[in-house]
Design a protein around this ligand. Sequence first.
Ligand SMILES: C[S@@+](CC[C@H](N)C(=O)[O-])C[C@H]1O[C@@H](n2cnc3c(N)ncnc32)[C@H](O)[C@@H]1O
Length: 307
Amino acid sequence: MYMTQTAENKIPGETVLNEGMLQSLESLYCFHSGFKSCSALKKKMLKLSQQYSKSELLMLVSHLGNSHVYSRLPEITDALTNNETYFFRDEIQFDCLQQYLLPALFEQKLRSGDKTLRIWSAACSSGEEAYSLSMVVADFMLKKGLARLSHDGSLTLLEGWKVQICGSDINKRVIVKAKSAQYSASGLSSFRHFPQQFNIYIKKMPLNKESAKSFYRVNRSIQSLTAFEVFNLNSDELPLSLQRMDIVFCRNVMIYWHEETQARVLANIYKAMNKNAYLLMSAVDKMNQPRLFNEKRFKDHTVYLRR
Ligand SMILES: C[S@@+](CC[C@H](N)C(=O)[O-])C[C@H]1O[C@@H](n2cnc3c(N)ncnc32)[C@H](O)[C@@H]1O
């Protein structure tokens, strides 16, 4: 339930909404993104409503479903999504990728003569997960002699190999940040668990005089393996750019969705994957499509194998 129009939370100016209006706006957003209603979402929705004028909000809620409202969804989405992420967020999963999944995939691909590797970081936020994947793949290929790093830092894939790491997110702002490939090293930064061995793939930038913050940029070689696009996982259309995947990371996003959304998204991810491709989720995300995926254990880690 929304706490609106009380003396304590009265909003300055013409911005007070009634419960029904907030509820309608929230329902529209949940329908769009697949999110389930929760107190954190209600809090953010209330805060967001304070940024609009009452007349604008009235316009939004009285036109629910028409294109005017849809054109405002990016900013609503930006205010309501949690974009917390950092490089190499789950060490065990990246170890599992290096030790088991990549060796198995490369062997399988060599046998079949298919020299394209495609990995999808679905709900990638500002790109740290996708770039971590690119770094691990580049490192693996260098060690196996399937790639070469030049003095100027450029990476050449050898023997006809192609690697495509795709990152997607519903939030346009984080995708713009991902494409910029620049991350602040201040505070609780994106680099809080960054393994030293991958330092060769980032470069310190000159100190930003305005913010007095230091930034790092992901190397061009890693950028060249990685592409980003805005994509709502709660949609039925899967673009060509997000198909034929060998590995999918879909982490720390399912918890925000209704069970039906989780099932629909997992069915879509299944369609996006090659047979026997791997799906990795986080410990808080639940697999609710056991008919589509086999569980496979690698030491202490569970991976889902597409049937
Ligand atoms: C907490 S971040 C997780 C980022 C990264 N996967 C990780 O584990 O570090 C969750 C991301 O999911 C995105 N998201 C939420 N709903 C989505 C949807 N329906 N389609 C695509 N992305 C969505 C949010 O914008 C946010 O960037």
